[in-house]
Structures are given as C-alpha cells and as structure tokens.
Ligand binder design. Structure first.
Ligand SMILES: [Zn+2]
Length: 308
C-alpha cells in the first residue's frame, strides 16, 4: 500500500498577497518536492462538511468567515496579516475536509498513512477565532472526525511547526481524550506554549530557544515528547507538519535540517506502529522558504512512505 497525498487546486485560490509569506507558490514547492518520490497515491481533498466543522468551530464564527470573504480584493480578519479573498474559505475547507477524508481512508484500511498538502495552515485557529494565517483548524477538525468513528477514542496531535499551535491547544485543553504535543521556538509568535500550560494533563509544550539545532530538537522529542506519546497510547496519530523550523526559513530562527524532519517522522511512526496500527495522518502547516519547504516535505513524506 502507498502513502496517500491529498491535495486540491482550490488551495491555490487563497491569495493573501504578493509579499505575504503564506504565498500561493508554497503548494507548487511542496508538490514539486514530492515528484521524485515513487509510489505515492494522489487523491483530491473534499470540502469539509458542516457537521465536520461544527464539531470544532462555533457556527457564528463560520458564518462570520463566510461574510468576511469579499467578491474582489482581500480583507484582513482579526489580524492585519490574516486575510481572505474570494476562495479562501473553500481553500481552508479543503484542508479540513482533506484530513477527514485521509483519516477515513486509513480507518478503512485503504492506506497506511497520509499527507495532506493544502493551505492555508490551521493550527493558530481556535473555536471562534482566526489567527496567524489560519481560518479553520484542520487538525482539530480531523481529530474530532476520527473520534466520531468506531474504535477511535484517543487521538494524539503532534505539532513540530516553529510556532506554538495555540488554536489546537485552546480547542483541546479541557479534553483528556486528545494529547497535544508542540515543540516550537520561544520567544516567537504567538507568544504562548510555555511548559506550565498543561491543560488537564493532556498538553505538553516544549519550547526551544532561538538558534536551537538538531541536537536540542531531537533531545526534546526523545526525552519528553515520544515517551509521553507512547504512554498515552493513542488510537490514531495526527501531525501538524510545519516546516518553518528549517534553517532556511525566514520566519523562525531554529536550525533544523531535512534530516531532522525525516528523523522525527520515523520516530513518530515507530510509536504509532506499537499503539495505533501505524495510522498516521499529517497535514501541512507552515514553511515559508520555498526550497526548504520542498526538501523538508519530501524528507517527511519519504519517511512516511518508508514505513509502508
Ligand atoms: Zn509556523
């Protein structure tokens, strides 16, 4: 069986502007990076349905997003650099829907693991707020969708984006059935993600100092995150795969290499093999240097594919 790649051209319609780091060309970079990997299966991402979005997002927030989307031009939401244009909400709904679809494929036994190559990212969005380029929180919608399926009770969400996944944390901080682990640079936007933020014992934040390299990243995951993941023993693992911790990235100061993204993916797969039948679905979050994004994504997906 092959690793699934879920994508959709609607994700090219979301365009926050020519000088915005979350640019349309990111997706071409990702898909270009995957081209050299053989044996991947590509499928289109469906739109998330109302029932899927309602499990995470307030209906008033969803209606507000729809109302804010202009026919022409672009409009800032609650932050100057989180913008929508015609097609943005559908692009985001492809991410959330794509992850739900990927999870359905894994649970049906049609694929061992999957990577959802969509944009905009999602992990800064909460139940009723947009933030940090994010509209719907894709990974949270995926986690709730999985939990509505037979046999999936405990879900782990692992986030190695350079920024703290504050929206995901807000959504799950009172829910012991979801483990959320985030490693991120601190200090950095959005400013949250301190180790003292532990939810109901289900949140693990691993801040990394600016300039941190492979050694500190791997030590953090090896000593704390991976043992916590194994102890939680989830039925399914979801990854918020941000590649802006790459040393080339302009938005963060971590010094991660492609090999680190391959390493963390392999380590996660090893734990998932033990407790979750290897079921791992990953979705793109950040990553703003086009070359670094392409090579790091390829390293990540190659490690998923190697586990099949
Ligand atoms: Zn990020």
């Amino acid at each position: 069986m092959s690793t699934l790649i879920i994508h959709h051209d609607d994700c090219l319609r979301h365009d926050p502007g020519p000088r915005h780091p979350e640019q349309v060309r990111r997706l071409a970079a990702v898909m270009g990076g995957l081209k050299s990997l053989r044996g991947l299966e590509y499928l289109p991402a469906p739109l998330a349905g109302r029932e899927q979005l309602d499990r995470v997002h307030d209906t008033r927030y969803q209606a507000w997003l729809d109302e804010m989307e202009p026919v022409e031009g672009r409009v800032p939401l609650n932050e100057a650099d989180t913008l929508v244009n015609a097609g943005s909400v559908a692009a985001s709904a492809r991410g959330a829907g794509g992850l739900c679809f990927a999870i359905e494929q894994l649970l049906a036994g049609n694929a061992p693991n999957a990577f959802v190559a969509t944009r905009p990212p999602g992990h800064h969005s909460g139940t009723d707020f947009s933030m940090g380029f994010c509209l719907y929180n894709n990974v949270a919608v995926g986690a709730r969708h999985a939990q509505s399926s037979d046999g999936i009770e405990r879900v782990a969400v692992l986030d190695f984006d350079v920024h703290h996944g504050n929206g995901t944390q807000q959504i799950f901080e009172n829910d012991p059935s979801v483990l959320f682990i985030s490693s991120h640079q601190m200090p950095l936007y959005p400013g949250s993600g301190h180790p003292e933020e532990t939810g109901v014992g289900n949140i693990l934040n691993l801040p990394l100092a600016p300039g941190s390299d492979s050694a500190s990243f791997r030590a953090s995951w090896s000593r704390k995150a991976l043992p916590a993941l194994a102890a939680f023993a989830p039925d399914l693992v979801l990854i918020s795969a941000g590649f802006d911790g790459h040393q080339r990235d302009p938005l963060g100061q971590l010094q991660l290499l492609d090999a680190d993204f391959e390493w963390i993916t392999r380590e996660i797969m090893a734990v998932a093999d033990d407790c979750a039948d290897g079921r791992v679905a990953s979705i793109l979050e950040g990553g703003y240097d086009l070359e670094g994004l392409a090579t790091a994504t390829r390293a990540h997906v190659a490690a998923l594919q190697a586990a099949t």
